[in-house]
Design a protein around this ligand. Structure first.
Ligand SMILES: N[C@H](CCC[C@H](N)C(=O)O)C(=O)O
Length: 328
């Protein structure tokens, strides 16, 4: 079977888009998971943090399904839906759209460039829940807001929220970010454990300045990535709950892949987060694959998007310079 792949990234978190609207592909659930495991493998000519299946929808302009590199499906992907937003808006020749995801139909729209020559999209991150049952997190409490989990770490204080995929977030200093603590905790809560039966995305956050934070995320089903859009959105909200920023302020969120901007809407204790950032194309490729053995795929062609890479590298350099200056 010949499959067209559009490689893209949001803040360096990279994905392969498979367009089931324009192509008559049909995949079983098992084939979707196995394609993700095979094509995300970075020792191949492809490699990515996940696959984004763009599918027809009966209730929205398009539907997005997200599969992590380990073949697990997630309910949402913030960096990925920006890429899907661009792909669908260009496919339908519109400036905004609604994307059906596992738990919500989300608004997306083309925005002014976050940096010169960077295609930029705003996506809705919701629903937001602080109920531990919505992650799920089994910790004997309805919520976990800046509280210790002694079995994970003696001192760190964590906040748990679902947006709607699950996130565990702690605000720390540079030394802690640069230590092995995040790797140790993340490996544990994403292996067999009593706390997070479905695993969880783990983010260590540093306050850089008023209105700017740094987020490093170990993603469920992937490991450390350059950035995690839902994590950066959730971390922006946690920075507000901790008094470092306010709802209604734009928050610049820096990460190892660049930067995005978040805006938290709060209405009577309910939150919706706007995630604004790049949707950059890396290459277009065609592969020949047997769905029974996708790991044996053959790369037929790969056309790089050089200009987009040049433009994005300027954003990334500027973001890294700011992190180097402010992350102390
Ligand atoms: N690893 C995540 C899914 C991808 C989310 C991330 N790539 C983002 O941009 O939000 C999970 O299993 O919940």
């Amino acid at each position: 079977m010949k499959i067209k792949l559009t490689k893209c990234h949001g803040s360096g978190n990279d994905f392969l888009i498979i367009d089931e609207i324009s192509n008559s592909y049909t995949f079983t659930e098992e084939e979707r998971a196995n394609l993700a495991i095979a094509f995300c493998n970075r020792s191949t000519e492809l490699g990515a943090d996940g696959i984004l299946f763009v599918m027809p929808s009966k209730q929205a302009d398009a539907r997005m399904r997200v599969f992590n590199a380990d073949g697990s499906e997630a309910s949402m992907c913030g960096n990925g839906i920006r890429c899907v937003a661009r792909y669908v808006c260009e496919l339908l020749n519109v400036e905004e759209a609604v994307i059906e995801t596992m738990k919500a139909n989300l608004e997306v729209k083309n925005e002014a460039d976050i940096f010169p020559n960077i295609p930029t999209y705003l996506v809705e991150i919701s629903p937001v829940s602080f109920q531990t049952k919505d992650l799920p997190l089994h910790v004997g409490k309805e919520t976990l807001l800046n509280e210790k989990i002694e079995s994970l770490h003696p001192n760190l204080e964590f906040t748990a929220l679902a947006v709607p995929n699950p996130h565990l977030i702690t605000i720390v200093d540079k030394a802690t970010i640069e230590s092995s603590v995040q790797e140790e905790i993340s490996s544990y809560v994403n292996g067999p454990n009593e706390l997070f039966p479905d695993g969880v995305n783990v983010s260590f956050v540093s306050i850089l300045d008023k209105g700017s934070i740094y987020v490093r995320t170990y993603e469920r089903g992937v490991g450390f990535t350059n950035a995690c859009g839902t994590a950066m959105s959730a971390s922006s909200l946690v920075s507000i709950l901790n008094g470092f920023n306010k709802s209604g302020d734009y928050i610049e969120v820096y990460n190892n892949g660049g930067k995005v901007r978040c805006y938290v809407h709060e209405n009577d204790g309910n939150y919706r987060i706007d995630l604004i950032g790049n949707a950059t194309y890396v290459y277009e490729a065609f592969v020949e694959t047997d769905l029974e053995k996708p790991a044996d795929f053959v790369l037929l062609e790969k056309a790089m998007e050089e200009q987009e890479a040049i433009h994005y590298s300027k954003l990334q350099d500027a973001a890294q310079a700011y992190i180097n200056e402010k992350l102390v």
